[in-house]
Unconditional design. Sequence first.
Length: 148
Amino acid sequence: MGFVDQEWSGLTAFRQSGFDLACDFASLPVFLRTNVVDEVVVTLPMRSFHSQASEIAALCEEQGIVIRFISNLFDLKKPGPGGGIRRRLADHALHGWTRRLAVVFKRVVDIVFSLGVIILLLPLFVLAAALIKLTSRGPAVFVQKGWG
């Protein structure tokens, strides 16, 4: 969706880079409550922004949002002029999309597999229901009315 940042000297150049700025740190609680956010990635320097990172983690926990920290946050020795940070963010975004695709694929496989197993076991279920009905009184399948 975008980045969260405060005013600083490099923010003008950041806005020109094509990345979206979602809000500032003060507006983040409202942004998290009013938007559908699945995941937050914290890329703050932990030594100087520990309190902000801690507040973000608490907000995400409160809203049930997954929070991630980039493990190589302090490794700035990347080749190319200014490409290190941008490349890592693009790689992370791509990784996020492939992960979401994998989750959707797994869900589809789970549903198809479950339906297949139910269809294969359907004759066994019918046989069991018939045997229960023949050997005992009452319905073959127990149904309980809800409290509602």
